[in-house]
Ligand binder design. Structure first.
Ligand code: SF4
Length: 424
């Protein structure tokens, strides 16, 4: 892809987040909570893809750019896991979840690989015996190279973990230091190689537009990921949150600022070009992948829980849990679902959400949309579709509405188009 395609940017600003994230949700009202509990009393008999997501918000140390609520106190791990299992069990006992079949088990967080080998084996076993997971379900585990010993890799692999999701961020040691990542690039690379050698797929995160990072350094990161033969790479532009150590160091003048949006765009387009040339295809929110499953239908529901868990999606409800660890443990003790934010989607919001498949690079089939919602997408979103098509950001091919290559870097902006007034 050439930069010239982007002359006359279709938007003034590159969005980093789509609508409907946990940021847009509000605390649950009593009515919404009652409706949520009522849903849990019903049977879930659709055949759609579902994910189970236990959340462990623990890390070895806090990275300077990280805006997640994470906990570094190892003494809290055991009481937290007991609370987590209790909360998971409460979901599992409901009619809705006990009649749901899951295709994927995703242990997210933080860096759950920080917990002990026995705790890993126990939690995986607990999930598999408590929930209906397909016999061929995929298990993914979020990990940090700092605590990935050979022994831990073997425990993960022998407990049928298929993939490790690892936050590498950068292979450049100076930049790693600025990000307060605890191991060096050489050690991190060895852990990636060790994981692959022992049968685990590796999916890594890389950050771009870091303070002081040049385009060449970014290209070097991409090339190293390819050389290491990782199966997929999630490329995120740095989002600087004022409360983070990194943002403070930049504001004190201790570190250079991040590049402007023009540099950010160039970095993204280089990633797009190089990954594509090396057999990786764009998919999901920010991923370049050569894993077949990454291009299949995404999960329609995510049942999960944990302090800071934010991906909950059951039927028309989106939910996130309390962030504070102790509050989470207390809420579970009080036999309540530890939900902090809850949204109930109206039919119209469900349609808007369905159109967001475009931004995760999944085409929206017009006939499917009509079957689900009784109207074609162009009847519901005439102006947005016309505008996006005229700008060359989307196209309709064989009844599928999808991103164009020109639209790809603007996919988050495109997602927001479906949340404007339909008439605009
Ligand atoms: S390892 Fe990941 S979750 Fe933990 S502090 Fe670093 S970026 Fe945040």
């Amino acid at each position: 892809m050439n930069y010239y395609i982007h002359n006359g940017w279709p938007y003034k600003h590159i969005e980093h987040w789509p609508p409907m994230t946990y940021r847009d949700r509000s605390p649950p009202t009593p009515e919404k909570l009652i409706a949520f509990h009522e849903l849990l009393k019903t049977e879930n008999n659709d055949n759609k893809i579902k994910e189970l997501q236990p959340w462990l918000p623990f890390c070895e140390g806090k990275c300077s750019f990280c805006y997640f609520t994470v906990n570094c106190e190892k003494h809290s791990v055991t009481p937290y896991i007991s609370a987590l299992k209790k909360a998971l069990d409460s979901y599992a006992k409901t009619k809705y979840v006990s009649s749901s079949v899951f295709n994927e088990l995703y242990i997210g967080g933080g860096s759950p690989s920080v917990i002990s080998n026995d705790q890993i084996a126990d939690l995986l076993d607990f999930c598999r015996t408590t929930f209906n997971l397909n016999s061929d379900h995929t298990t993914k585990f979020t990990a940090c190279t700092t605590n990935l010993s050979l022994e831990k890799i073997n425990v993960l692999s022998s407990n049928n973990v298929r993939q490790l999701d690892i936050g590498i961020q950068t292979f450049n040691d100076l930049l790693r230091k600025n990000l307060m990542i605890r191991d060096n690039s050489k050690d991190a690379k060895e852990k990636l190689q060790l994981s692959r050698k022992n049968g685990l797929r590796t999916s890594i995160d890389l950050l771009y537009n870091l303070p002081g990072q040049t385009l060449d350094q970014w290209i070097e990161d991409i090339n190293q990921a390819i050389e290491l033969e990782v199966e997929s790479v999630d490329c995120y532009p740095l989002d600087l949150y004022p409360e983070t150590t990194l943002a403070k160091r930049i504001s004190y003048g201790e570190l250079p600022p991040t590049g402007d949006e023009d540099i950010e765009m160039k970095m993204y387009l280089e990633a797009y070009r190089i990954f594509k040339e090396n057999g990786y295809k764009p998919t999901c929110h920010n991923r370049f992948s050569r894993i077949e499953e990454d291009f299949k239908e995404p999960s329609s529901e995510v049942v999960g829980t944990g302090a800071g868990f934010f991906m909950g999606h059951l039927n028309r409800f989106l939910y996130s849990d309390v962030e504070d660890l102790q509050m989470y443990i207390n809420a579970v003790k009080d036999e309540t679902f530890p939900i902090a934010r809850l949204t109930s989607l109206s039919k119209e919001e469900e349609m808007r959400k369905a159109m967001m498949l475009i931004y995760i690079r999944i085409p929206v089939n017009r006939e499917w949309f009509r079957k689900e919602y009784g109207r074609f997408p162009e009847e519901m979103f005439p102006k947005a579709l016309e505008r996006l098509t005229n700008k060359g950001l989307i196209e309709t091919l064989n009844g599928n509405i999808q991103l164009t290559e020109k639209g790809d870097p603007w996919r988050f902006n495109i997602a927001w188009e479906f949340f404007k007034n339909n008439k605009l």
